[in-house]
Design a protein around this ligand. Structure first.
Ligand SMILES: *[C@@H]1O[C@H](CO)[C@@H](O)[C@H](O)[C@H]1NC(C)=O
Ligand SMILES: *[C@@H]1O[C@H](CO)[C@@H](O)[C@H](O)[C@H]1NC(C)=O
Ligand SMILES: *[C@@H]1O[C@H](CO)[C@@H](O)[C@H](O)[C@H]1NC(C)=O
Length: 485
């Protein structure tokens, strides 16, 4: 059934549709015998796909740890877990802030094809696109007040913004080795379920100094989910990334690009900026994983590479969608890299093309654009060889939302479309989890993160001037017990 659906979708896949979906790494690897996982370094040495993709246990990822998350690739979409008051209160806080437009309902269907078939044309004002539903018209500038515009291009001329969806992947080593060899950093859009299934692969992203954003828990069409489900998809992904990788992301990419102002509001309540793309390699659709012969995906890559030497490249760069779904997709990324390099002056991760040097709440500093293109590519601290999974306590600092009242006047088209700008004065403080300790330095870091993110989008004139104020949660994880995938 899924195969039929996938090939039907492949037929309608255009430049705007990201149809590829990850396979169920955990459920598949469950069928195989478990091995003892080593370290990031030892895991990075493996080259045999069967060995690489055999599920492993590592200290810290055990039954108790996994109880903190929806079961990877089994509970889809994610739901707020029973008894998870922290998540529940956080969601309530976002609701109370008013950042989520309440006029927008759950979409009736999961994708454009089903959506047309379901007669949604009658239930949504397609020409008006009042909710800035990307899946409909590619809208990236929110129409409701106080929402930050999506990022879809790179301000730096002749620049390829390198973004890779759907990792971590059990067979990623060859690609990550290649990046290392080429002194290339990238932006990785990680799926929460994959992060908990492949924790050492996830940690390699940090060890290698790449930039990480969230790509939801189970890769669903977000506009088809209830507000609480969409929240849970993001919440548990941030939490998995924090617990396993030690950092808190401030960006996310919607699977299939499926986002509207309701979903943007939920993401923003979690301190996440929406990162789209301007060019889609369609690499997910390569045979045998997808439906297209290698040559046609290559031709598509080449048409994007040609942008680098076009007159348009002088005025700005692009953000390109690539994947680390499986071997053929990753091999093509390696094969095309020299051509990209030939055609573009610089190839940089998305945070770097936006000149964002502090993409996390934690104390990591990435090079700014000039430093990166000058060859200083490593974040500091860099090259951490191990990250403790299973320490007894973690802090996570998602942002709380507060729109400054001065934003009201600058909301412009958003206020007009939304009817009211009064929500611009709304604010909330994050509910404090039991045992939480406010940390002021985290506040400073968070403010820097968001203000530099906004600087990165200054070309989007209608983006509301929103300030985000950090809250702090302390998650305490009791990490003992038998390993369990
Ligand atoms: C948040 O509001 C939405 C309706 O807009 C509701 O469906 C959801 O249950 C609320 N979530 C919580 C945790 O109160
Ligand atoms: C990764 O890639 C392999 C093939 O290269 C594939 O079988 C697997 O399902 C992928 N997914 C994950 C999460 O590792
Ligand atoms: C990037 O940020 C640095 C400060 O970190 C600044 O000096 C530089 O001018 C910025 N570059 C661009 C292209 O905005």
């Amino acid at each position: 059934m899924r195969a039929v659906l996938l090939s039907a979708l492949a037929l309608v896949a255009g430049a705007s549709a990201h149809i590829g979906r990850p396979r169920h790494g955990c459920t598949e690897s469950h069928l195989l015998a478990k091995r003892q996982g080593g370290t990031v370094a030892s895991e990075s040495q493996l080259t045999n796909p069967t060995q690489e993709c055999t599920a492993y246990s590592v200290p810290g990822i055990d039954a108790n740890f996994l109880k903190l998350f929806p079961q990877p690739w089994t509970v889809t979409p994610a739901e707020i877990l029973a008894g998870d008051n922290e998540a529940l209160q956080y969601m309530q806080g976002i609701n109370a802030s008013g950042v989520i437009p309440t006029s927008i309902g759950v979409r009736g269907a999961q994708n454009e094809q089903a959506w047309a078939g379901a007669g949604l044309a009658g239930t949504y004002d397609i020409p008006g696109d009042p909710d800035c539903w990307w899946t409909d018209k590619g809208c990236t500038t929110p129409k409701h007040p106080n929402l930050i515009a999506d990022v879809e291009t790179c301000p730096e001329p002749e620049t390829w913004g390198y973004s890779v969806d759907d990792g971590p992947n059990c067979t990623q080593n060859a690609l990550y080795d290649f990046w290392k060899q080429q002194n290339q950093k990238v932006s990785l859009m990680f799926i929460g379920s994959n992060v908990v299934n492949w924790p050492l692969q996830a940690q390699r992203a940090i060890t290698d100094g790449h930039h990480v954003c969230a790509h939801t828990w189970s890769h669903k069409y977000m506009t088809s989910l209830t507000t609480d489900q969409a929240f849970a998809e993001l919440w548990y992904t941030i939490k998995a990334i924090k617990y396993v990788m030690g950092i808190t992301p401030t960006c996310w990419r919607p699977p299939y690009g499926d986002v509207d102002d309701r979903i943007r509001g939920i993401a923003q309540g979690l301190g996440l900026r929406t990162i789209m793309w301007s060019h889609d390699t369609n690499d997910y659709n390569i045979q045998p994983y997808g439906a297209q012969p290698t040559a046609s995906i290559q031709a598509n890559y080449q048409s994007i590479e040609a942008v680098g030497s076009s007159p348009a490249a002088a005025t700005g760069g692009i953000i390109v969608l690539q994947h680390e779904l499986e071997d053929a997709v990753m091999s093509l990324a390696i094969a095309e890299y020299p051509n990209i390099k030939k055609n573009f002056k610089s190839i940089v991760p998305v945070n770097t093309c936006l000149n964002i040097t502090k993409p996390y709440y934690e104390d990591y500093t990435f090079p700014d654009f000039e430093d990166y293109v000058g060859g200083k590519i490593d974040p500091s601290p860099s090259g951490q060889s191990s990250i403790a999974i299973g320490s007894t306590s973690y802090t996570i600092t998602p942002l709380t939302y507060a729109a400054s009242s001065s934003a009201a006047g600058s909301v412009g088209t958003a206020a007009a479309a939304g009817g009211s700008s009064s929500a611009a004065t709304s604010a909330f403080s994050a509910p404090t989890a039991p045992g939480a300790t406010p940390v002021n330095t985290a506040g400073a870091a968070a403010a820097t993160v968001i203000s530099s993110q906004q600087a990165g989008s200054s070309s989007k004139s209608s983006g509301a001037a929103v300030t985000l104020v950090p809250g702090l949660f302390v998650f305490v994880a009791a990490l003992v017990g038998a390993a369990l995938c």
